[in-house]
Design a protein around this ligand. Structure first.
Ligand code: TRP
Ligand code: ZN
Length: 855
């Protein structure tokens, strides 16, 4: 479909449905190419709608309609008005109060390469219905405000036949909780389960099952442990108890995203379930823990309380991300978690907000809703909740959440409902705060200060650049946590929370003996770009003394950002002050190793490119790559005598454990190894680590370091040979080869990898593992001849014909194109236009590419 033909859906045009649904009975007669779906749906008229009588309109895509009837009376062909998006029965054939719709349709799971609806993955049947996949299973009002109870019968010869809710008998399921169709799920296959049990706070026993392929049972223990901890945490922190007799998770290999919160039957990308020390890295364990928690937490924030329409997506996603971030902080380290989350927010969400795909946390229009599962909806959506909690305080936040669950349980809600809950619970006027949901773009917060007669003044000035569709912005509520340091590094007065609400606003504090050093935006208390130039001496002072772990880290980050920017733009060389500050971190045994590792990490090439754009200059990807490499070498030289000791002292004895403490030590050890290897001609230490590693974290980090150092050939071959039968590890192999490849030869390497027999590109994990890391290796992707762009565009065009959702998401790899020089812009534009003009391009990809081009 051409973009001009795909309709734009608008929030302002929301209307309630003409008919609600009470119950849905589904029977599936499974067959790989011709599955029959028999539905019996009881409808009731929506008495709030007056302008009737109403036709019956049902969504449906790629369905072969066999029969349909209303109240047992078969409908004739000419009574059913069908098009590619669904069907309509004229109102004179539709009882306006209550009626039963029955239909039989045929679908083709094996032919479903979009992985949306009912599809097959490695011989198993599975479903993905969010956002609008249910309409590819049967005719239905496929919208989240229509909630119904489902009963499901599955006929097939698989030993495992699963659906939502409680099990009635083999292949028969009943879900007592009314739900929107996007939470429907079905799984059938030759699976085995890893079982446990959980006793809820009221003493009910819940069976827990993780379904995997035979042979993968021994990789489920960590996911199960994370699930049990999540269930307990949600009881303790939010008072939320699980509400069915059974909770199931299924791991599937072909999946467009991370995981899906289907009621009682979460479906996961297998990479976020399966883990063993030999095959999963510390990062994998951390992600498994966070995603298991995220999907479980959706049971209340998403399922029991769902969204009225897809514009309200952040209602469930922002809140659930916020909750999973809180959980991971409680399980691990709040300081490290916050820094990781902010790094991710800046690299994904700020990048999105600064480019052609910028949109508000609650978008107002879309062509394809799948394109709005974005960093802005998820991550900025979570930041907005964090600000709300900070502004009202912890106790009031708890009160508001209790009211939210009491008032809206069983409903499909809006952001207005959410805001009203906070206003009612706290008595606070949140009308200005609500702008965070409707204004796109990252606000810039400029700060200046002055000191006179013991009075310290902070002047704030907020502004927000125009974004597509929004030329002017109003001032937002920006909570700014601020600390004040004495010259000896101690805190002068207690931390303040300034609420900036005006375009320009000053705050004064008196009683200081001397001008304090401010520590502004502690904990990154608002998702803004802070513009407060502090000199290197002050930054080094904050790095050494700030009691706020985020701002302490941030001071070091700003130091390295400033230095790298000087190196790139002015040819500066690394100065001793910076190198001394970094050496102090290398030597500081009082600091958490994970935190030290973060502090020693340099800003990414992409972050540097954006920083250079922010100074008004054009980034040169090669110069950025070289400067970063030169600074790392200078750091290595400075700490040459310290590194072997650091490397040795961070080794973890005994059996591998994925806990945060051990993972933190391995992370710092990797940092040491990476620096150390820059000083070795033969990469001997990395080679030894690669050869001796008994866990994937150490094996893979050694491989990556060897490749970057140009010594990776043998290790790469050995790694492949060792792991060729493990898909998830081979994904890592592709990803590491693509991301660590040195820029000069990366395209040749990646092209060869794309011809490798194991590059099974229709599998989204495999596709993403090669194309993504290459395009995020800026000096390689942005090679001046434009061949990097063409390579990625070729693959996107190829994938779009099979899987629009994953393709459209990956088109975002081009979203920063206007940062670059005219030559590169022209080369990228040509590729974007080639994608836009590809025959039969999906509406998913045409919406994204159209926006990127600014069409
Ligand atoms: N709701 C899911 C989550 O956030 C994500 C999701 C949305 C998804 N659409 C999807 C997952 C399509 C897989 C495929 O947890
Ligand atoms: Zn989610």
């Amino acid at each position: 479909m051409r973009p001009s033909q795909a309709p734009t859906i608008r929030l302002s045009e929301y209307t309630a449905p003409a008919f609600w649904v009470d119950t849905v009975d589904l029977t599936f007669k499974l067959n790989p190419t011709a599955t029959r779906v028999i539905s019996k749906i009881t409808f009731k008229g929506n008495t709030d709608r007056t302008n009737g009588p109403h036709d019956l309109q049902l969504d449906g895509r790629n369905l072969k309609l066999i029969t349909a009837s209303i109240n047992g009376k078969p409908l004739k062909d000419d009574e059913i008005l069908q098009d590619t998006e669904g069907l309509r029965i004229p109102h004179d054939l539709v009882p306006q109060d209550n009626f039963t719709w029955e239909a039989e349709v045929e679908i083709n799971p094996e032919g479903n390469t979009a992985l949306e609806g009912l599809y097959m993955s490695n011989g198993m049947y599975c479903t993905q219905c969010e956002a609008q996949g249910f309409r590819k299973i049967t005719y239905y009002p496929d919208r989240p405000d229509v909630m119904a109870t489902f009963t499901v019968a599955i006929e097939g010869d698989s030993p495992v036949l699963l659906s939502n809710g409680n099990k009635v008998k083999h292949g028969k399921w009943h879900d007592p909780w009314p739900k929107p169709a996007y939470l429907f799920a079905l799984v059938a296959g030759d699976l085995v389960s890893y079982d446990d049990q959980f006793t809820t706070m009221s003493g009910r026993k819940v069976d827990l099952q993780i379904f995997v392929r035979e042979g993968d049972q021994d990789k489920c223990a960590y996911a199960m442990d994370a699930l049990i901890r999540s269930m307990k945490w949600d009881e303790e922190v939010y008072g939320r108890e699980y509400d069915l007799d059974l909770f199931m998770i299924v791991a599937v290999d072909d999946f467009n995203m991370g995981a899906m919160e289907n009621k009682g039957l979460n479906i996961f990308n297998s990479k976020y379930v399966l883990a063993s020390p030999e095959t999963a890295t510390d990062r994998d364990y951390e992600l498994i823990e966070g995603i298991i928690a995220h999907e479980y937490f959706h049971n209340w924030t998403g399922n029991r309380i769902t969204c009225r329409d897809w514009f309200q997506l952040c209602l469930k996603e922002g809140l659930t991300v916020f909750r999973d971030q809180q959980f991971s902080g409680d399980m691990r380290s709040h300081a490290v978690k916050r820094i990781d989350d902010v790094l991710q927010l800046r690299s994904r969400q700020f990048r999105e907000d600064a480019g052609p795909l910028a949109h508000p946390v609650r978008p107002e229009e879309y062509i394809e809703i799948n394109n709005f599962y974005t960093a802005t909806v998820y991550e900025k959506g979570a930041e907005v909740i964090g600000m709300l909690k900070l502004l009202v305080g912890d106790a009031q936040y708890d009160k508001a959440l209790t009211l939210y669950f009491d008032r809206h349980d069983g409903q499909a809600c809006t952001i207005e409902d959410w805001i009203a809950v906070f206003q009612d619970a706290t008595g606070r006027d949140l009308s200005q705060f609500k702008l965070w949901y409707s204004q796109a773009g990252t606000p810039r917060l400029k700060v200046t200060d002055s000191f006179e007669d013991g009075v310290y003044t902070l002047n704030f000035e907020q502004s927000s650049a125009p974004t597509p569709d929004q030329d002017t912005k109003n001032p937002q509520v920006i909570p700014v946590r601020t600390g004040f340091l004495n010259a000896d590094g101690s805190e002068t007065i207690s931390e303040q929370l300034f609420e900036v609400t005006k375009a320009k606003q000053s705050f004064t504090i008196d009683g200081f003996d001397a001008k304090p050093t401010p520590s502004i935006l502690r904990g990154f208390s608002a998702p803004v770009a802070l513009d407060f130039p502090q000199d290197d001496t002050t930054l080094a002072f904050l790095l050494a003394n700030d009691s706020d772990p985020f701002n302490k880290w941030e001071a070091g980050r700003t130091l390295s950002m400033n230095l790298l920017t000087r190196m790139i733009l002015k040819g500066a060389t690394p100065d001793d002050a910076f190198l001394d500050a970094m050496r102090t971190v290398v030597l500081d045994e009082n600091l958490d190793p994970a935190y030290r590792s973060l502090t020693l990490s340099l800003p990414s090439e992409d972050a540097l490119a954006q920083a250079i754009v922010d100074t008004g200059k054009t980034p040169d990807p090669d110069a950025i790559y070289k400067a970063r490499k030169a600074l790392a070498l200078a750091m290595a030289k400075k700490t040459a005598n310290d590194l072997p000791k650091l490397y040795a002292s961070m080794s973890v004895d005994g059996a591998y454990s994925p806990d945060a403490k051990a993972a933190g030590k391995r992370s710092l050890r990797t940092k040491a190894l990476s620096l150390l290897t820059k000083l070795e001609d033969d990469a001997a230490t990395a080679r030894a680590q690669f050869a001796n590693a008994d866990n994937m974290t150490e094996q893979l980090s050694a491989l990556s370091i060897l490749i970057s150092a140009g010594h990776g050939a043998d290790a790469s071959a050995a790694f492949y040979d060792q792991w060729k039968d493990d898909k998830l590890v081979i994904d890592k192999w592709f990803a590491t080869l693509a991301s660590s490849a040195v820029p000069e030869t990366a395209l040749e390497k990646v092209t060869a990898l794309s011809e490798h027999p194991e590059f099974t590109w229709t599998n989204p994990n495999r596709f993403r593992s090669l194309i993504g890391p290459f395009a995020m290796n800026p000096a390689a992707f942005h090679r001046a001849d434009g061949k990097g762009y063409k390579f990625v565009a070729d693959w996107l065009i190829k994938l779009d014909a099979k899987n629009p959702q994953t393709t459209a998401r990956m088109c975002g790899l081009f979203e920063t194109w206007r940062r670059y020089d005219d030559n590169r812009q022209a080369l990228i534009k040509a590729q974007l236009e080639r994608i836009a003009g590809a025959p039969n391009l999906s509406k998913d990809s045409s919406e994204i590419v159209g926006k990127i081009l600014g069409a």
